[in-house]
Structure formats: C-alpha cells, structure tokens
Design a protein around this ligand. Sequence first.
Ligand SMILES: Cc1ncc(COP(=O)(O)O)c(C=O)c1O
Length: 427
Amino acid sequence: MPATESVISADIDIAWVRAQFPALAQTVDGHPAAFLDGPGGTQVPQRVIDAISDYLRRDNANTDGAYATSRRTNTMLASARAAMADFLNCGADEIVFGQNMTALTYAMSRAIGRELGPGDEIVVTRLDHDANVSPWLALEEKGVTVRWAEIHKEDCTLDVEDLAAKLNSKTRLVAIGYASNAVGTINPVKEIVRLAHSFGALAYVDAVHYAPHGLIDVADLDCDFLVCSTYKFYGPHMGVLYGKREHLARLRPYKVRPLTEAVPLRWEWGTLNHECIAGIAACVEYIADLGRRVHPEAATRRAAIVAAFEWIHRYEHALMNRLMAGISEIPRLKIYGITDPSCFAWRCPTLAVRVVGQTAEQTPLALATKLGERGFFTWDGNYYALNLTERLDVEKSGGFLRIGLVHYNTVEEVDGLLGALREVVGA
Ligand SMILES: Cc1ncc(COP(=O)(O)O)c(C=O)c1O
C-alpha cells in the first residue's frame, strides 16, 4: 500500500453514513442487526434504491430507440459508464457491464482462450476466489497448461517468489486477486502486473473484494483487465469489467451478428439490466459524496472518490484493530491471515476465524448461526475461496467463520460482536 499525502480536512459523522442505508435499521428478535457480512454483499443507500425505482417508473426502455424513454436510457448508460470510469480511473469506453464478475470472467476467458492452445500457460493462485480460477482452468480443455502460485500458509499471503518462478515465455495470462475475500490479504498487484508484463503475459485482476475498501487505479496498476461487483460496494447485483481499450478492440467476443463492433458495446450481449445500471451510477455518487464531506475542495468526482477511500481506509482500520485485539483475547479463537499489526496495511478488515480444536457446537456454521440469532450477520464456509480452505485443511471441517467490516459498521457493533463471540465460543 503506497502511502499518499492526506487530502482529508474534515471527519464524517457515522450517524450520517448509517442514515443513508435504510436496511441498517433492522432488528432480529429485538436485537439490532449488525451487518458484518459485507464480503458477501453490502447494503445499499437510499439513493441507489431511488435510482433503480425511478428508472423503472420513468425511463424503462430498450436502447437506441427513436423516442424519449429510450434516449434517456442511452444517456443513463453513458453516465453510469462515466461514473465507473471515475471509480476505476479509466476511459468510459473501457467499462463493460455484465451480470456479475463470474459471468464476465467466463466471457473473457472464452474470448482469450480462442487464441490459446497447447504450449500456452496461465498462472492462477491458491488465494483466489474460484471465479478467478475455474474460468481459466476451463481452458485446459484446449490444451492450455495452468500453473498454481502458492501461498505462505502461516499468514495467508501470496508467495510472490513462487508466482515469479511459475512465469516463463509461454505464460499468456496471470490471474490474480487484489484482495482475498476469505482472509483479507491484499496482494502486491502492481508488482505482479509488472512481472506478468515482463514475460509478455496479460494481467487479469479480480478486485471484487478490494473494491469497497480501497481506491482502485487501473492506470497506475497498468493491468490489462480488472473486474469487480457493484453489490460489494453499496450498489446493485451486477458486475463491471475494465479492459484496456486495445484488448477490447482486438480480442474477438462470442457475440450475435447484429451487435455493433464498437468498444465496449461488443462485449455487452443482449439487453442489460438497465435499472441496476442506474443504481450503479448512484452508488458511485454516494462514495463521491462521502469524499466531498471529508474533502470539500475536491474539484472532480475522481478527487472525491480518492478522498472517500482515504477516510474509509482510516475508519475501517480503526475498527479492524479493535476487533483483532478483542479476538486475540478470546481463548482458542484463531485468526487466519495477517495478524502482525505492522503489516495491517496489507489486509482488509475481513477476518477468517476458527476455534482451535472445535467441538460440534463450535463449527463455523454453528457459530454463525448463534451469532445470527443475536443479530450479528457473519458468514461461514469457504465463500468459494475453495483452494485456500483446501490448502489450509479446513474445508472438511466447515471452513471459517468470516467477519467482514465495512465503513457503515460501528465501534458498538464490534464491541457487541466480541461479547457475543465470547458467549458462543464458550470462553
Ligand atoms: C473475491 C471475489 N471474487 C469474485 C467473486 C464473484 O463475484 P460475482 O458474485 O460478482 O460473480 C466474489 C464473490 O463473492 C469474490 O468475493
């Protein structure tokens, strides 16, 4: 995480943040609901709900028609693309909307795979969500060799030396995650992109888990592709792909003939989920508004987004430090991933924990269920980071309990969770 100069000149009242999200006011059997399941999907601000329903109420139409609602739909799509371009720091014509990250990645692996065959190699990692693994493994059917980059098991960081050793002149693509959705590790993506390029390989980055927590700058990363899912950063259930213009123009999508060859539209097949795309523009605006509150001088939406993520990072890390310190005092509750505070810049506030020597009442599912009854929404299992749970040998015994913080969580929720954890673990 490169240190940048602070642009923040004001703080945010967390009550204002929470007031944006109507879902946060819910209760479960009298307990306030604590949404600690951000890595599975975040809640949405009212403005996202309004944008989706306003679109359906007023503008609902297909694109490119010769009438008002269709023209408004075209304008809305263009503004959502511009919003995502500001979010990722790229051109609006480098933004592709799709059903979700997984579907977009399969579409891209099929297109890239058209040019690959025996003798070509792809590198994937043990740390990644399977959505950035299986679409590449599928190319083994064409004779492509897939190589695996390993992890350091003790802190669940990527073994970059091992990854480098798997690269050679036959490597065509390196698929890496920006951050692990299971244990929170942030990878040195820029360094890995540079490594991939030094062997003439493409770099494909899964930023789904990182996107709610940190600023993404595809121009700075110089990655060839980057994918994220808006439902993980306060938007609707959709996926977004950034592709370098030259790749989106040169690669051949599997598309219907009447669809334009223009970039990026040649990658968007059939009619898109317009109402959700209206919600995407609103969720980017929400993040920019956060930024304007802490940096009122922000002259552009991108500058506001930069400020928002500086504040989000500070706020989330303060919560994370409190949670990590509290958990470390609960006997037999083990945190997987980075636990050395001097390395916290390399982790997201996503914690995978397990009871050492767990009983049937202490499995990740049992803990998540008991926490859920007390209003604390966490997750259990492998969350599709299957290669990691297998590598750490926790897959057969229920995976992990995952606690995922985002910027709308509070100190009170963290303290309440720690109390509930002590109770359900039996400490
Ligand atoms: C790191 C990571 N990558 C990929 C995905 C898949 O995203 P989607 O549901 O948009 O296909 C997820 C979903 O949880 C994820 O956490």
